[in-house]
Design a binder for this molecule. Structure first.
Ligand code: ATP
Length: 250
């Protein structure tokens, strides 16, 4: 792939006491790419995500987003620059309707102190909220309280909320965790559709899904990059087979 990467890390590390949760991880994700990060439990995948999103501060190394050094930016500043994450239902307000959840997220993204601009933004946020619910298949559920959605629907709502800020980079942490096989298939199609217009980094354990939808895969093991390549190359990698794929969930 050519051109400057959208996201780049260089020797990124995070330790907890004597444990190196993320150990000198260097990778580059290009615009439009769907990158999956896989690896056994405890490999450092979630910690890596938290470093990118500004939730956790690196112990060493650097992070660049759109050519800008964002290594020590706080989470809200990273989010404003265009990185959104969809984590296991942490952003859903159960006592708001499905539509309100998305509208609030879209509204929060555009702040203005001018009355007319604010009124227009409110209108935009409504339109955007409706469109995102259609995209994520939640249109018919718009007026239900979020608490009344099924688990799979809540995960889709979480996705719609993340998309409401129109991010340039979307981080998805196990978007199909706890889903039935049917819901997993639906979500896989949805992620592929979303990937058509944006850059996605995905942490996921379900190998069938990862192999089908990724442009490129990075395998982490004990905090380090074990391998990086196309799904075909990763599948054919002996070391990855031995350490991870042999035991991974399908
Ligand atoms: P899983 O697939 O099980 O979610 P993971 O690949 O996401 O695992 P992490 O959650 O990033 O792995 O954890 C990497 C290592 O860092 C683990 O050994 C974990 O116990 C440790 N770790 C993560 N967060 C902390 C923390 N806040 N304090 C201490 N140790 C931590």
């Amino acid at each position: 792939m050519t051109g400057a990467p959208l996201l780049r890390t260089e020797e990124l590390s995070r330790s907890y006491g004597s444990l190196l949760a993320v150990d000198r991880v260097s990778l580059a994700v290009h615009e439009g790419e769907l990158r999956s990060i896989i690896g056994p439990n405890g490999a450092g995948k979630t910690t890596f995500f938290k470093l990118i999103s500004g939730e956790v501060t690196p112990s060493a190394g650097r992070i660049w987003f759109r050519g800008r050094d964002v290594t020590r930016l706080p989470q809200h500043a990273v989010s404003r620059l265009g990185i959104a994450k969809s984590y296991q239902l942490t952003n859903v307000f159960p006592h708001l309707t499905v539509f309100e959840n998305v509208r609030v997220a879209a509204q929060g993204h555009r702040r203005s102190f001018n009355f007319w601009a604010r009124a227009a933004a409110l209108h935009d946020a409504r339109d955007r909220g409706r469109a995102l619910l259609e995209t994520t298949g939640l249109g018919p559920k718009a007026d239900l309280l979020a608490a009344h959605l099924s688990h799979g629907e809540k995960r889709h709502l979480e996705l719609a909320i993340a998309l409401a800020t129109d991010p340039q980079l979307l981080l998805l942490d196990e978007p199909t965790a706890g889903m039935s096989p049917e819901e997993t298939d639906e979500t896989m199609v949805l992620i592929r559709e979303l990937a058509a217009g944006r850059t996605i980094v995905l942490v996921e354990h379900k190998m069938k899904l990862v192999m089908k939808i990724s442009d490129r895969i990075t395998v982490l093991h004990q905090g380090q990059v074990l391998a990086d390549g196309t799904p075909e190359a990763i599948r054919a990698n002996d070391l990855v087979q031995r350490i991870y794929l042999g035991a991974a969930r399908s």
